[in-house]
Design a binder for this molecule. Structure first.
Ligand code: G16
Length: 546
């Protein structure tokens, strides 16, 4: 090993692993109550350094956030060189490192990882760090950087302070492409998105102002900065739930997860007639739109599935208009995708649709299989990827008419508008605004593409969520044995019924999702299933009930 073990011993002594806690690298890294995480932050430093050395010294990111979770929680996720989530084959090592009790155990897992992945320890390592606005963030950054310092002179790092999660992913990719993807700064990020947006809306009548619920998180100051760069004449936004000083307000009764799961207006958003509203989550990587229906005054949600359909429609139209019909456009979803959205994509847009496990890391890789891959989770997390063939085709294409030239220019600008490293609420917001501006559509016109099947998501707290294992892209339970049969029996009793049960990878709950032909049957199915899970798996707290 090319570092001083005694420095690691001394530094790690300040960060003992709390007893009786088992850490797991889940759907989006480690996530738990923030004050339980300093030892994990320290050990993530080891992982990030080894990953960087393995990647020949390319920059690795570490983001500290618990996204949509309450303010007391925090989390850490590792960002790979192209700005994607950590290679999943490294996750078991991340988990083992996090559970190492002391420096001797840390060193022994390091050695195993070094040997399993044939890492040359003399290589340099570079780590960049970002965090959201949570109060436990600074202490966790301190634990992480104490580790990076202890690992010796081959290791360098840069702390970027408060960022949105997608901004850190962007910066990682920019550094590793030596600026080809953009300038590796927050400013570079704003410039890239603002320039692309202005190009795309130029010559079109602008829309009415957009109310943005910022979840009282990092999205508030950062979106303000981006909007200033774009200019009010091009994009008028009114930010609400933008209080980042009162920590306990983060995601409280607001934000994308609240709006999606409660299917209701967030705090401080009235839903005035014709008001266009959207919500970010706590680290600004998710986005949903919503509005009040003019006819029945009901709350209406335009979630990740609706964004996916809108983006896929626009991109398909543009590729046709640009004469790039050879490019294969496809969409990736998860089991949470509303059945009507899948039918719309397949039957109306005639696009191939893949279904994978929950987690952006799974969707991203599946989307890479298309020339242009659109991926969104229903919760509003997603983006669009343009592969090498697509970008080559775009740069080489020669327009044969002014209409073709316009479509090509728009596609080229879209490549810059979209954050291709990970789902990004800002770039998704700009994408939606571009499409609505081009079509001059209201939210209700967009919503008319298809009607969602009534759906309901229920959370159940159980004795041990690790007792739940799924297969078939999370749609079926393998364990606890026999539970899937009971789910099937219940689902069969409801018209248009579809449901599944899976353990969350970010919260200590089991999630139950149900769809049915009408609201009443859907709610009944969801809560009956929730009750079943509660009874059979040692439910804690309140038993789910309608
Ligand atoms: C993370 C992941 C998402 C996932 C969500 C919920 O989002 O990045 O891909 O959909 O967790 O996952 P689970 O159902 O396993 O708890 P975020 O926005 O919390 O980082």
């Amino acid at each position: 090993m090319s570092f001083d073990l005694s420095a690691l011993v001394t530094a790690s002594a300040q960060y003992p692993k709390p007893p009786n806690v088992t850490f797991t690298y889940g759907t989006a890294g480690f996530r738990l109550q923030g004050d339980l995480l300093p030892s994990v932050a320290f050990r993530v430093g080891v992982l990030a350094v080894l990953r960087s050395k393995k990647m020949d010294g390319r920059t690795i990111g570490v983001m500290l956030t618990a996204s949509h979770n309450p303010a007391r929680d925090n989390g850490l996720k590792v960002v790979d060189p192209r700005g994607e989530m950590l290679d999943t084959t490294w996750e078991p090592f991340a988990t083992r490192l996090a559970n190492a009790n002391d420096a001797t155990e840390i060193a022994s897992v390091m050695e195993e990882l070094r040997s399993a992945k044939t890492i040359d320890m003399s290589k340099p390592a570079h780590v960049v760090i970002g965090r959201d606005t949570r109060p436990t963030g600074p202490a966790l950054v301190k634990a992480l950087t104490d580790c990076l310092t202890a690992l010796g002179s081959t290791v360098t790092y840069q702390d970027y302070g408060v960022l949105t999660t997608p901004q850190l992913h962007y910066i990682v990719r920019c550094i590793n492409t030596h600026g080809a993807y953009g300038e590796p700064t927050e400013d570079g990020y704003y410039t890239k998105l603002a320039t692309a947006f202005r190009t795309l809306v130029s010559g079109h009548r602008r829309l009415s102002p957009l109310t943005v619920d910022c979840a009282n998180g990092v999205g508030a100051p950062k979106l303000r900065a981006l909007a200033e760069r774009i200019g009010e004449a091009n994009l008028a936004v009114e930010l609400v739930n933008d209080n980042i000083e009162a920590a306990d307000q983060l995601n409280y009764q607001c934000g994308a997860d609240f709006v999606k799961t409660q299917q209701n207006f967030s705090a401080n958003v009235e839903g005035r007639p014709l008001e266009r509203c959207c919500a970010l989550d706590g680290d600004a990587d998710r986005l949903v739109y919503f509005y009040r229906d003019e006819t029945d005054h009901a709350f209406k949600l335009l979630d990740g599935d609706k964004i996916s359909g809108l983006a896929a429609m626009f991109i398909t139209d543009l590729t046709r208009a640009a004469g790039l019909t050879d490019l294969n456009v496809g969409v990736v979803q998860t089991a949470y995708a509303n059945g009507s959205s899948t039918a719309y994509l397949k039957e109306v847009l005639q696009l191939p649709v893949a279904c994978v496990c929950t987690g952006v890391k799974h969707l991203h890789h599946e989307a890479e299989k298309f020339d242009i891959g659109v991926y969104f989770e229903a919760n509003g997390h997603g983006t669009v990827l343009f592969n090498h063939a697509a970008t080559q085709a775009l740069s080489k294409a020669q327009a044969r008419s002014p209409a073709q030239a316009e479509a090509l220019d728009q596609l080229r600008a879209l490549v810059d508008l979209v954050n291709q490293t990970v789902g990004d609420a800002f770039s998704d917001l700009l994408l939606v605004e571009v499409i609505l501006t081009h079509r001059q559509w209201s939210l209700s016109q967009w919503d008319h593409a298809y009607t969602d099947l009534p759906n309901r998501l229920v959370k159940v707290v159980v004795a041990d969520r690790t007792a739940f294992r799924t297969t078939n892209a999370d749609t079926q339970l393998v364990e606890p044995a026999g539970l899937q049969d009971k789910v099937n029996e219940l689902v069969a009793k409801y018209r248009g019924g579809r449901a599944f049960v899976r353990p969350s990878g970010t919260e200590d709950v089991v999630r139950v999702y149900a769809e049915a032909a009408n609201r009443h049957e859907c709610d009944q199915l969801a809560f009956k299933l929730g009750g079943l899970v509660f009874d059979l798996a040692g439910g804690k707290g309140e038993r789910p009930a309608e």
